[in-house]
Each structure stands twice: as C-alpha cells, then as structure tokens.
Design a protein around this ligand. Structure first.
Ligand code: F0G
Length: 448
C-alpha cells in the first residue's frame, strides 16, 4: 500500500470554531495585526507553532496519573532520567520548564560579554538568550542555505570552514561553546547530517570548545539521517539519535517538540563544573533539580513521549505529512523553502510577494492575509522576528504533532492556493510599537 495513514486513531476530540472574514478583520485590527495577540478561540487551524501543541497519547495520559508530586527525589524524575540517560548518554540532566529556561541557564553559566556563540542557525529565543548574557550569537549556515530553492538533503548543516575561520580570527578563548540546532528551525526545518555533526565536533575538539545540541527536534533529524545519509538505512531512529547525542558535550531540549509534551525542557551536560553552577541557578529560578519547574506528571509525560517519538511508523508519517503540504502548494506555484522540512513548511514570502520590500515585512503581510482569508494562523520568520539579522522573509506553517488530519491539511492547501491567486492585492506592514527583545511576540502594526 502506498497511502501513508495517520498511525493513530482519535479517542478525544476538540471542536474547531469557524469565524467570518468580517469577524477576522475585526480581530486583526484589535490585535494590531499581530497573530500572537489573537485569541485562540478565533483561530480555525492553528499552525503558529509545533511547540507544546501536540496531542498526547493514551500512554502519556496514563503516565500523567502516575506522576509523583514529591518536592524532592520524585519517582517521576527518576523515570525521566532513566529514559533521558539511555537516549543521550550525558552525565548530568536537569528538567526545566521549557527549552528557553535551559538556554538561559546554559548561557548565563557559560557566556560573558565579548564571547561569541556560533550555531548553524540560532532560534529566536536562543539568539536572544545568548545576547542577553552579553555574548554575540553568530549564525554559520552552509552557503547553499541562502538559496531557498536549492534542493539539498542536509540544508541545515553548519559551514564547517566558516566555523574554523571564526575560531582562527577570534580565538578559541572567546568561544565558550558551539551549538547545532537539529533540525535547523530558523533555517527552514532542515536536517543536519551525521557527517556534519562529526565534522563540527572534530573542529570543536581540536580547539577544546564544547559542542551543544539544541535538540528540540532530534527525532525528526534522526529520521532524515536514516532516509538520506549513506550507511544509516538499517539503523533505528533511536540508534541514530543516540549517536547524535554522543557526539555532543551537552544539549538543551524543549520537550514541547519531540517529546509530545505540552510543557517542559531538559538541560544536559557532561561538564561537572558547569552542572554544579547550572544547578545553583536552577534552584534560584526554576526549582529543585528533581523537578526543575515542572510537575511530576509533566516529567512522566516527557519520559513516555521521548520513547514514542522514535517510533518508525510515527516518524515516517510525520515527515511524509509535512512533505504533503509542501508539495501540494509548491507544485502549484507557491515558492517554499525546498525541500520540505520536518516540522513545518516555510513559504518564501519575499519571492511570492516581490512587490513588498523586506522593510514592509512580506512574511507578516502574508500571515495576516492567510488568517483573514481562511482563519489559519501561521508565523512570520523574517525581518519582524530577527530584524537586520534576517536572512530570508519566510512564513512558517508549523504542524502540531498528531493533531490535524489530512482533510485539515487539504483545507490549508486550498486556502494558500486561493491567497496565491490574489497575491498582488496584499499590502505591506509597518510597525507602530515594539519592545527591544523578541519584538514579534508583542509588536503592534498597521497595514500600509
Ligand atoms: N530551540 C529551537 C530550535 C526552538 O524551535 C525553540 C522553540 C526553542 C529552542 C525554545 O524552546 O519554546 O520550549 O522555550 N520553538 C518554538 C517554535 C517556540 O515555535 O519554533 P521553548
């Protein structure tokens, strides 16, 4: 059989709510054309993020009931630790309330003003947390990633020569760690090859710099390695993930992605000194090291999710369903970041809307129109999110895990193709007010 079906059936449902175009126009105006500021009840299909939006499984809900809410040394922590240890092999692990909490603690402990933190591409919270510590976040994607249309198996890779040159120019003492984001979210959800992780590790090892993974979507990355990289076709996704983690010296992880949890994160390291300092900071801001800002039941949900996400039927369906959306819009003339990524499809808004300059946020203009037209929420990843550091003007359609069926996605395809049909009428945006950090979350705008 060629048809790939959702490898689950539905036991519990939530209604979707329709709105009229006139109602949506009112919601847009009230929200300053910022889709983060629109109430979820006014959204029909929510592709804002794949983070914390997964449907948990029956086994995860059962695990929630087993949660041990002891303040210290809870059984839930040890169940999570056993799973995380077997998967990652890192010497130390602490839970955090989500990925960015792990980032804040990691960078606070490791970075000082004047430092540089290179990555294949930093995600927005990662970049902001590096820079909040006084260090500078440096993106070193491979040169081919600049071309959204280039068809590469591992377009999320880091430019290893660029890393080597940066270390030579700045000195290893200024670089407290190197990060690799797997998959490369801001770079289009593109995977990083095992060969690239090995090459980056070799450079880091030569200069005595630790390598950390931003491992939010490690399982999706592992699946791409299995499908595309020579030598891994017979490996299980778990074996591939284990090898990825064993090449690194630590990781940050948002359990809201590839652990199907609605909240949670992990911070792992092999460095005893860093671990001690991290734990002190964790107690100050997150909680005791055996719960790290989470309830015991959350730790149990993550423990189960970390194993479920490596299921081959799930990963095959997951990557195929993201590709389904990508192919159906791209084959009808909507420019996407090629090839389709793991958790999301990224429309190249600059290419789709050449009449809107970057300074007028074409990705945001498209997000607004897609909501107005069909009640679909997406997110701009471009100049609104990254300011001058933006490399592309993208609109991301992130797909929550195990939440939407193929007919929902067919609706999304139809809506995007209709918007593409009247794209000349879409107007640019102007910012009216915005905070200094992470402005896309709360900026208010107007349509030009
Ligand atoms: N790193 C990457 C690559 C991410 O995609 C995210 C979150 C984080 C770190 C931070 O994790 O949200 O648990 O604090 N990405 C979400 C997204 C928000 O929509 O892509 P968090």
């Amino acid at each position: 059989m060629r048809t790939i079906i959702e490898p689950f059936r539905i036991k519990s449902v939530e209604p979707l709510r329709h709105t009229t175009p006139a109602e949506r126009q009112g919601h847009l105006e009230a929200a300053g054309f910022n889709l983060f500021l629109i109430d979820a009840r006014h959204i029909l299909i929510d592709l804002l993020t794949d983070s914390g939006t997964s449907a948990m499984s029956t086994e995860q809900w059962a695990a929630v009931m087993r949660g041990d809410e002891s303040y210290a040394g809870s059984e839930s922590f040890f169940r999570l630790k056993r799973v995380a240890d077997a998967l990652t092999g890192f010497r130390h692990m602490v839970p955090t309330h989500q990925g960015r909490a792990a980032e804040r603690i990691l960078f606070t402990v490791m970075c000082k003003p004047g430092h540089l933190v290179p990555s294949n591409t930093h995600f927005d919270t990662t970049r902001a947390n590096v820079e909040y510590s006084g260090a500078r976040a440096v993106d070193l994607p491979i040169a081919e990633a600049r071309d959204t249309q280039a068809l590469l198996d591992f377009k999320g890779n880091m430019d290893v020569g660029g890393l080597e040159a940066l270390i030579r120019a700045e000195g290893a003492a200024k670089i407290p760690l190197v990060m690799l984001t797997v998959t490369n979210n801001s770079g289009g959800g593109q995977p990083v090859s095992m060969a690239n992780i090995e090459a980056v590790k070799a450079v880091c090892a030569r200069h005595g710099i630790p390598l950390y993974l931003d491992a939010c979507r490690f399982a999706e990355n592992a699946w791409f390695i299995r499908e595309r990289e020579a030598g891994y076709a017979d490996w299980t996704p778990k074996q591939i993930a284990q090898k990825m983690f064993r090449l690194a010296d630590g990781c940050t992880f948002s359990a809201k992605k590839d652990a199907f949890a609605n909240i949670g994160g992990l911070l792992c390291t092999n460095d005893d000194r860093v671990f001690l300092e991290q734990t002190n900071l964790l107690i100050l801001t997150e909680g005791f090291p055996t719960y790290g800002g989470l309830a015991g039941r959350d730790l149990d949900a993550i423990a189960v999710g970390l194993e479920e996400v490596l299921d081959e039927d799930y990963l095959r369906y997951r990557i195929a369903s993201t590709g389904y959306l990508g192919r159906h819009i791209a084959d009808h003339g909507v420019p996407i970041v090629e090839p389709p990524g793991g958790h999301a499809i990224y429309i190249d808004a600059a290419r789709m809307l050449p009449h809107i300059p970057a300074a007028q946020f074409p990705g945001q203009a498209l997000a607004v129109e897609l909501y107005r037209h069909a009640g679909i929420r997406s997110v701009e990843i471009g100049s609104l999110m990254f300011g001058e550091a933006a490399r592309h003007e993208l609109l991301r359609l992130a797909i929550p895990r195990r939440v939407y069926t193929q007919s929902h996605i067919d609706y999304v395809v139809e809506a995007i193709l209709e918007v593409n049909g009247h794209k000349e009428s879409i107007r640019g945006m102007e910012i009216l007010e915005a905070p200094p950090f992470l402005r896309h979350f709360s900026a208010r705008m107007r349509q030009l």
